[in-house]
Write a protein that binds this ligand. Structure first.
Ligand SMILES: Nc1nc2c(ncn2[C@@H]2O[C@H](COP(=O)(O)OP(=O)(O)OP(=O)(O)O)[C@@H](O)[C@H]2O)c(=O)[nH]1
Ligand SMILES: [Mg+2]
Length: 254
């Protein structure tokens, strides 16, 4: 296995991917761990970190809009597909750096990365056994049992599509009161408690819920804050466990 670990930061629009990338990079800096940041979002504006490799070098959303006469959403889809043709260039540039960790910030809408062909090609090129994803749960959506469960379905979808170990993380936890964090973590650890929460809200087909529970996709979420740095050490340790402590990677794949 190649020594470096590629960490893809994924999640719904605005869930905190870019700031998590920055905060995790600062955490690695503090630990003096060599790493680089790759920005894969062609539409990113005002990135708060210094990207070492930036897809905007090859593909820019504004030029795509102009060239193809499409709006921002159409341009995002075209860009996502064009990235597929630039994978080797991106990889070559990454290889110019010596780094133990490569943090990869992905585009706003999750499906642009997870559901399109470019993600498969990227993961194939980086080496499936070197890749892990951090899936950020939006804290506001996660506050309701139905919202949290919907995100678990999205987590499952990303996990199945990418086929790499995926870590569930509760983003921006500094925005939530302690009891709300505890409730969400308990939902993630105890599916029966989540089922009760759903029943109170609006109910869910018992069969559908059992299918989700039995699939093993409801997994303990790690609360983090990119503002305070809270939880970054937990995420780091989980990644280390996956790759260096004999953790069975196949168990985390679907
Ligand atoms: N309080 C708080 N705010 C955060 C945190 N992380 C991100 N934010 C804020 O949430 C907003 C969105 O964060 P981003 O990191 O840009 O989210 P993103 O998922 O990269 O967004 P897109 O790429 O546009 O989908 C920004 O205004 C951040 O300042 C956090 O841990 N705590
Ligand atoms: Mg972003």
């Amino acid at each position: 296995m190649e020594d470096r670990i590629y960490v893809f930061i994924i999640g719904t629009a605005g869930c905190g991917k870019t700031y998590f990338t920055k905060a995790f990079s600062e955490y690695l800096d503090m630990k003096r761990i060599d790493h680089i940041i790759v920005n894969l979002d062609p539409g990113a504006e005002n990135i708060p970190y210094q990207a070492d490799v930036d897809v905007r070098e090859w593909i820019r959303l504004d030029s795509i809009m102009e060239k193809y006469g499409v709006g921002p959403n159409g341009a995002q889809i075209i860009s996502a597909d064009l990235i597929a043709g630039k994978v080797e260039e991106v990889k070559d540039e990454i290889m110019l750096y010596s780094a133990d960790y490569v943090l990869v910030d992905t585009p706003g809408q999750m499906e642009l990365f997870t559901l399109r062909a470019s993600s498969e090609l990227i993961i194939q090129s980086f080496g499936k056994n070197n890749c892990v994803s951090v899936f950020l749960f939006d804290p506001v959506i996660s506050q309701r049992a139905s919202g949290f469960t919907s995100l678990v379905f999205m987590f499952s979808s990303a996990s199945m599509k990418l086929g790499i170990p995926q870590i569930p993380v509760l983003s921006k936890s500094d925005l939530l009161p302690e009891h709300e964090i505890e409730k969400i973590v308990k939902w993630s650890k105890d599916p029966d408690f989540l089922y009760d929460g759903l029943a109170i809200e609006r109910g869910i087909s018992r069969d559908l819920f059992h299918m989700l529970r039995d699939s093993g996709f409801i997994r303990e979420v790690i609360p983090v804050s990119s503002i305070t740095g809270f939880g970054m050490d937990d995420v780091y340790e989980i990644i280390q466990d996956i790759y260096y402590s004999g953790e069975d990677i196949e168990r985390l794949r679907y």
